[in-house]
Design a protein around this ligand. Structure first.
Ligand code: CAA
Length: 389
C-alpha cells in the first residue's frame, strides 16, 4: 500500500470562521479537522504516481512485476487518455501491462480492485501483480455546504495471490446499486454538485442493501449477538468522519443493537484518524481509512477479520471483507503516514481561495520552463500535459 496527500492543507476551524460558521460545526459536527488542498503543480496524476511509487517501494517490487494497472478516479485529467497511462510513463511500467481507468464516483477504485482480484484468482496474472490506484481531488464550490468536505489524495495497492496486508475473502461480498441523483459532476463543471442530505440517505440505503447481500453471500451459521461483532473492525467510506458514525449507527441498528453507538470507538475509531486530517479523497477514502486502522490500532489484528464498505454516488456500493495478515500493521506503520501529515504546510484562507481560482484554468496553464522533479504537473504545451519526473 502507498498513500500520497498534498503538501498543503486548510484548517477547518479557520475555514469555518471565514464562512461565519461555528468551528464546532465542521470539526465536531462533520468530524473533519483538516482538508488537503493541492497546489497548482499537483493533480490526480501526480498524486497517483506518488502513491504507486510508495506501494512498489514498500512491497520491494519493481515496475516489471506489474501486469495490470487500473486507476479509479472521478477527477480525471482527460476525456480519452487515462490517468493510468501517465502513471505508467512516470513509473516506467512495462509495455506488457494492461492499463486503463475506471469511473463510478467513489466506488471506481473498488470496482478496479474487485476486477483485479478476479484477474489474480483466474490465473491470468501468471505471478504478476495488479497495481490499483485510487486518486482524486474532491472539489465543491467555495461557500457551498460541501466546501468543508473537500480533500485530495491517492491510495495505491498491489494485489497478488500472496497478500501481505489483507487477504480479501473470495465470494464474500454484497453489492447494492441504484440509479439515484445524489452527487454528480456534469462534463462542463470543475465542481461537484450534490443534494447533500439526500446523499447521506442514499449512502445509508446502499449500506443496508450491501450489508444484507454480504450476509447472504457469506452464508454463515446464525450466531449469538450482533452480526457485525464477527469483525474486529469496520471500515466505511469516509466523505467526512460523521458519515462513518451515521453508517455505524445504522448498521448496528440493523443488527438489533439497542445501543448502536456503544461499539463505535472499538470498531471504527482507528479508521478515522488519518481521514480526519485529509478530508474526502473520493475513491481512496475507504482505503485511507483502512491504512488508518492498520497504522493506528494498538491491538494486534493478525488473523482478524475486517469489514469494508465502499460507496459511490449514483450509485453502487459493496460490502466485503478481508483477514489481516501477520506483519501487516508493522508494514503500514513503517510508511510513517501520521508523521508525513504533520510535515504539511497550512494555507491561510486567502491563499486557499487563490489556489481554488488558479485551479479553474489549470488544464491550460502554460508549461513552466523549469525542469522540476518528483512527479509534478508542469503545465500544458501543444495541448499535452507535461510532468516532471
Ligand atoms: N457544533 C457541533 N455540531 C454542529 C454545530 C456546532 N456548532 N452546528 C451544526 N452541527 C452538526 C449538525 O447537528 C450536523 O450533525 P448531524 O448530522 O449529526 O445532525 C452536522 O453538524 C452537519 O450540519 P448540517 O447537516 O446542518 O450541515 P450542512 O447542511 O451544512 O451540510 C452535508 C452537511 C450535507 C454533509 C454537506 O457538507 C455536503 O453536502 N457534503 C457533500 C456531500 C457528502 O459528503 N455526502 C455524503 C454521502 S455521499 C458519499 O459518501 C459520496 C461522496 O464521497 C461525496
Amino acid at each position: 500500500m502507498g498513500v500520497a496527500v498534498p503538501d498543503t492543507y486548510v484548517e477547518l476551524a479557520d475555514l469555518a470562521m471565514a464562512r461565519g460558521v461555528a468551528p464546532g460545526k465542521y470539526v465536531e459536527g462533520l468530524g473533519v479537522t483538516r482538508m488537503g488542498v493541492p497546489l497548482v503543480n499537483e493533480d490526480t496524476v501526480t498524486l497517483a504516481a506518488r502513491a504507486a511509487r510508495m506501494a512498489l517501494e514498500s512491497a520491494g517490487c519493481s515496475p516489471e512485476d506489474v501486469g495490470l494497472l487500473v486507476v479509479g478516479t472521478e477527477t480525471a485529467v482527460d476525456h480519452s487518455k487515462p490517468v493510468a497511462s501517465y502513471v505508467q510513463g512516470l513509473l516506467g511500467l512495462p509495455t506488457r501491462c494492461r492499463i486503463f481507468e475506471t469511473k463510478h464516483a467513489c466506488y471506481g477504485g473498488t470496482a478496479a480492485l474487485q476486477m483485479a482480484l478476479d484477474w489474480v484468482r483466474s490465473g491470468s496474472a501468471k505471478g504478476r501483480k495488479a497495481l490499483i490506484v485510487c486518486s482524486d481531488i474532491a472539489r465543491y464550490g467555495v461557500g457551498t455546504p460541501g466546501e468543508p468536505t473537500q480533500g485530495a489524495g491517492a491510495v495505491a495497492m498491489l494485489v497478488s495471490d500472496t497478500p501481505a496486508l489483507l487477504a480479501l475473502e473470495a465470494g464474500k461480498t454484497g453489492v447494492y446499486s441504484k440509479d439515484v441523483m445524489d452527487f454528480w459532476r456534469p462534463l462542463y463543471s470543475k465542481d461537484a454538485l450534490v443534494d447533500g442530505h439526500y446523499s447521506v440517505q442514499c449512502y445509508l440505503d446502499a449500506l443496508e442493501g450491501a450489508y444484507r447481500a454480504y450476509q447472504e453471500s457469506a452464508a454463515e451459521p446464525a450466531g449469538e449477538g450482533a452480526y457485525s461483532d464477527r469483525f474486529a473492525a469496520l471500515v466505511y467510506h469516509v466523505p467526512y468522519g460523521k458519515m462513518s458514525r451515521k453508517a455505524h449507527r445504522h448498521l448496528r441498528t440493523l443488527d438489533g443493537d439497542t445501543a448502536p453507538d456503544a461499539s463505535f470507538d472499538r470498531l471504527v475509531g482507528n479508521s478515522l484518524v488519518l481521514p480526519s486530517q485529509v478530508g474526502n479523497i473520493y475513491t481512496g477514502s475507504m482505503y485511507l481509512a483502512l491504512a488508518s486502522l492498520l497504522s493506528t490500532a494498538s491491538q494486534d489484528l493478525t488473523g482478524q477479520r475486517v469489514g469494508l464498505f465502499s460507496y459511490g454516488s449514483g450509485s453502487c456500493a459493496e460490502f466485503f471483507s478481508g483477514v489481516v495478515q501477520a506483519g501487516a500493521q508493522e508494514r503500514v506503520k513503517a510508511l510513517g503516514l501520521e508523521a508525513r501529515l504533520t510535515r504539511r504546510r497550512a494555507l491561510s484562507i486567502p491563499e486557499y481561495e487563490d489556489v481554488m481560482r488558479a485551479r479553474e484554468h489549470l488544464d491550460e496553464r502554460p508549461a513552466a520552463d523549469a525542469a522540476g522533479s518528483g512527479f509534478r504537473y508542469q503545465g500544458t504545451r501543444d495541448h499535452k500535459r507535461i510532468y516532471a519526473t
